[in-house]
Design a protein. Structure first.
Length: 298
């Protein structure tokens, strides 16, 4: 995964979440309390949407299953142990978010869509600026014109789709045009993955992997301190045999950039990570283990 990834059919019970939202809007004349929990967030030229805390909106059992799956996904794939209290927002005609960044809420942001039909309106895409725009002159060519599509990625809000992205990148939501009906609106749950720290499953425990990891991190920090600053997050996953040897090394995420605009420093940092962590030795266990390690560069 680079600066964003898209995961379709994320939650098996997505229809239950959506059905509860629809039920709360089924009677336009109703005065149920769920009709009065929405905040109209307006910040001139920046944010224009309707939102509510997702945790309190849904039936606890239905929401808890979604929350648990999202947290577990973050642990296994990002090394982030929790998520921020998520918002749920709907976007009707005229709603949008202009470009912004979200540092330092968390190393990764997410947008989960409960939008039934993104063709019911125009716009409403998650908007993320392309990496080459942020380093514009290194890839500049004067042989051709460049227009809007070449500067940004636009990701439609398809039903039951999870988008995970690097929140340092300028991002937003394109203006929704057309519907004023909440049930036909762009509907999403969004927030940040937080609390990055090693996550292990299998034969080894967190306590057992701590000493080898601490030693490797100390050696790594000593070497990285010799080069110019880098910034971003790298998550690596180790497969560890019952004998305690690393039998698999995978870079799961990488948003590393050189603040000195020297790509060789990024390449060197990645090689250094692999040379140290792929050769670690852990205590013996009854079965193999998988260890996800998030490493934040600031």
């Amino acid at each position: 995964m680079k600066h964003f990834s898209v995961h379709k059919n994320f939650f098996p019970e997505a229809k239950n979440l959506r059905a509860e939202f629809d039920q709360n809007f089924s009677n336009p004349r109703g005065t149920d309390s769920k009709r009065f929990v929405w905040d109209y967030w307006y910040f001139e030229d920046q944010y224009h949407l309707i939102r509510t805390p997702a945790f309190y909106y849904f039936t606890k059992k239905i929401y808890r299953n979604f929350h648990s799956q999202l947290v577990q996904w973050g642990r296994e794939n990002l090394g982030c142990h929790d998520i921020s209290p998520p918002w749920m927002s709907y976007y009707v005609d005229g709603c949008y978010q202009n470009l912004h960044s979200d540092v330092p809420h968390g190393p990764w942001a997410f947008v989960y869509s409960l939008t039934v039909d993104p063709k019911a309106f125009k716009g409403g895409e998650t908007l993320i600026m392309k990496p080459d725009v942020l380093d514009y002159w290194s890839t500049f060519q004067d042989q051709q014109d460049r227009e809007y599509q070449s500067f940004v990625d636009r990701i439609p809000a398809n039903f039951n789709q999870l988008v995970v992205f690097d929140p340092r990148f300028p991002h937003g939501v394109t203006e929704v045009k057309g519907t004023r009906d909440p049930q036909k609106a762009r509907l999403v749950i969004h927030g940040w993955f937080v609390e990055p720290r090693p996550y292990v499953v299998g034969g080894l425990t967190t306590a057992q992997v701590q000493k080898p990891l601490s030693e490797a991190m100390y050696m790594f920090s000593e070497e990285v301190a010799k080069i110019n600053p880098t910034h971003g997050t790298v998550s690596i996953r180790l497969e560890i045999s019952p004998a305690g040897n690393v039998t698999g090394y995978q870079e799961v995420t990488n948003t590393l950039v050189s603040l000195a605009h020297n790509q060789q420093e990024v390449i060197y940092t990645k090689k250094l990570l692999k040379s140290l962590f792929a050769n670690l030795h852990f205590p013996k266990a009854k079965k193999k283990s998988y260890l996800t390690i998030p490493i934040l560069f600031k």
